[in-house]
Design a protein around this ligand. Structure first.
Ligand code: F6R
Length: 602
């Protein structure tokens, strides 16, 4: 949450900062701001709402200077107002911050007692005022920032800029990600490498507790003990530099359409031409008694699907937890547990905290991530990149189906090494997935008509059985977050135990039901809905439609496929229903209200 960018450059900083912020806007978009040092003097511009509002402000009120910091905000403390927007300034220091300062109230009381005045409701202003108080005590900017950091509890990535210092920036990290970009006679700071990609492909990731002093030509990093640290400089992939919609109306539409290619990339990574599944060598399923899968949101639903696969195919006991509950429950973790953390961004604070809880307790920590340089990847014993490519839309789509693809291959590999037989032809069948997903995406016209109807609903219910139950949950989550329509996913058989009381002619029910072994049971649940006036949208294959379409308001036809692959394929209509409903309602598809893509606070 929140994105930060900084530059000590040779060109005007404002356009560079705005370009970087554009790439970080997925992290938050309540307000944005920049500060520069020009002729030794700090100046700043801020605006509420999307980045475009800040760009407008800069057109009318430009900000010169070749050194600068910028911020795009996802509000935690204080409403999204200009006053609360970053950069925060106190006297001769300006600060941008991603994270939460947990002891800000105590610090605020201490600074107020010293006569320093607060003008915002944010936790971050405390950082600026504390630094300013140390400057007033006579400390140098570097020493003042260092003393400030020692006083902070919580999570932060911070960048500091100082009045009178044209060639100095301080960057510090604890709990929130931060990368340094190396240019030629220029230095950059960014919350992720995507933000830095237009300016440099040479990046150093700060580690927990690092404190970096930057000039245009030098970087000095101290670790949490104050010892000089040598951090690796890495080359980032150039494809990160391209963040375009490629003719699509929204990033989400582009990312839905990219799924056949993305899934294919995941298959190429882990499934050989001879149908050998190759996972990292150190991933060991043999002595494992239990799998613990932990994630948030959409990643949690991929874990729920994976539970069916690992249990049914590999015959391994599996527990699945939402990361925000996991560590506070203090679950006992036995040394024969394999702990698997699933995260697109690899930076989700709840998931990272859950990972750290299992560290030293579980046999191995496995990270399934889309961003290979992320914190979760770096703190895992084994990393499996899902190969989805950069996902910009806040609502996850291609990362979900790539997570599922890799999790299925993992379950099959676990079955193999544990002597369980695989479903017939499953490895050949998996190869058909990209083509099947492509066909499913092509069913979109019918979905547009369904979506126009759903756009006027107040509540929508999604039903699924077996491994399609998590897809019902995912469909409901997508619809909620994109169209702001209340939606719930239920296991089809659970409906009669309470939720059926909600059903009347105003509540559409989306039933995800491939013609599998459980189909007849799901159809019975669907009949129970229709008997109460419920309007059913049935997502099934041609055979399912032939036998069960009577009385159904709309049928969306998916290609027929082996049962084990159905969760991947049925994720597509779930995504498209949400996408087209949001388009019909005119909501902000790529940046839904109140959300952010990378959730780096608890
Ligand atoms: C929903 C969505 C979120 C994320 C969740 C976890 O469309 O994208 O629910 O899945 O915030 O994020 P990651 O996977 O980055 O840990």
């Amino acid at each position: 949450m929140c994105g930060i960018i900084g530059v000590l450059g040779n060109h005007e900083a404002a356009p560079i900062l705005v370009e970087g912020l554009k790439r970080l806007e997925y992290r938050g978009y309540d307000s944005a701001g920049i500060a520069t040092v020009n002729g030794g003097t700090l100046g700043r511009r801020r605006a509420v709402g999307k980045l475009v509002n800040l760009s407008d402000v800069l057109v009318h009120d430009p900000l010169a200077g070749k050194s600068g910091i910028g911020h795009t905000r996802w509000a935690t403390h204080g409403a999204p107002t200009v006053d609360n927007a970053h950069p925060h300034r106190a006297g001769s220091v300006a600060v941008v911050h991603n994270g939460i300062i947990e002891n800000y109230k105590e610090l605020r009381a201490e600074l107020t007692a010293k006569g320093l005045a607060f003008t915002t409701e944010t936790d971050t202003e405390t950082v600026a005022l504390l630094t300013e108080s140390y400057l007033r005590d006579g400390l140098t900017p570097v020493a003042a920032a260092a003393e400030t950091i020692k006083r902070l509890h919580g999570a932060f990535a911070l960048a500091f800029l100082f009045d009178g210092e044209q060639d100095l920036m301080i960057a510090a990290r604890q709990g929130s990600p931060l990368a340094i970009g190396h240019g030629v006679g220029e230095m950059f700071v960014g919350s992720d490498a995507i933000a830095l990609a237009p300016f440099t492909d040479q990046v150093t990731y700060l580690e927990e507790g690092d404190f970096a002093v930057l000039t245009r030509n030098s970087i000095e990093i101290q670790d949490r003990n104050g010892t000089l640290a040598n951090r690796e400089k890495r080359q980032i992939q150039l494809d990160m530099a391209r963040i375009e919609k490629d003719g699509h109306k929204h990033f989400m539409a582009k990312e839905i359409a990219e799924q056949p290619t993305a899934i294919d990339r995941a298959l190429v990574e882990y499934l050989g031409q001879d149908n050998t599944i190759t996972l990292p060598e150190n991933l060991d399923f043999t002595q494992v008694e239990r799998l613990t899968l932990v994630a948030c949101g959409t990643g949690y639903y991929s874990c729920l699907v994976a539970k069916y696969w690992f249990e049914q195919i590999a015959r391994m006991p599996v527990e699945v937890d939402v990361a925000s509950e996991f560590r506070y429950r203090e679950p006992p973790i036995s040394p024969d547990t394999l702990a698997l953390f699933v995260s697109q961004s690899g930076e989700t604070a709840d998931t990272l905290a859950a990972l750290r809880y299992t560290d030293g307790k579980a046999k191995q920590i496995v990270g399934l991530v889309n961003v290979p340089e992320s914190s979760i990847a770096r703190e895992s014993d084994v990393v499996l990149p899902i190969k989805a490519g950069p996902e910009i839309s806040v609502a996850s789509t291609k990362a979900f189906t790539c997570q599922l693809t890799v999790l299925l291959l993992m379950a099959l590999k676990a079955a193999e090494v544990r002597g369980q037989s695989l479903p017939d032809n499953v490895l050949d069948d998996i190869r058909a997935l990209p083509g099947l997903v492509h066909q499913a995406i092509a069913a979109e016209n019918n979905i547009q008509a369904v979506a126009r109807d759903l756009a006027s609903a107040r509540d929508v219910i999604f039903l699924g059985r077996g491994a399609l139950y998590p897809i019902a949950l995912e469909g409901a989550l997508k619809l909620k977050e994109l169209s702001y329509i209340h939606a719930e996913g239920y296991a089809s058989g659970e409906l009669k135990h309470g939720p059926i009381a909600l059903i009347d002619e105003t509540v559409p029910v989306v039933v995800l039901a491939p013609r599998d072994a459980l189909f007849e049971k799901t159809v019975s649940n669907m009949q129970e809905v229709m008997a109460r006036g419920g309007k059913v949208i049935l997502v099934t294959d041609a055979e399912g439609a032939r036998v069960a379409s009577d009385g159904v308001s709309e049928t969306i036809i998916m290609p027929a496929l082996p049962d084990v692959l159905a969760p991947v394929l049925y994720a597509i209509p779930a995504q498209q229903i949400a996408y087209f409903t949001a388009v019909a309602k005119g909501t902000d598809v790529d940046q839904p209200r109140n959300l952010a893509k990378s959730v780096t606070v608890e």
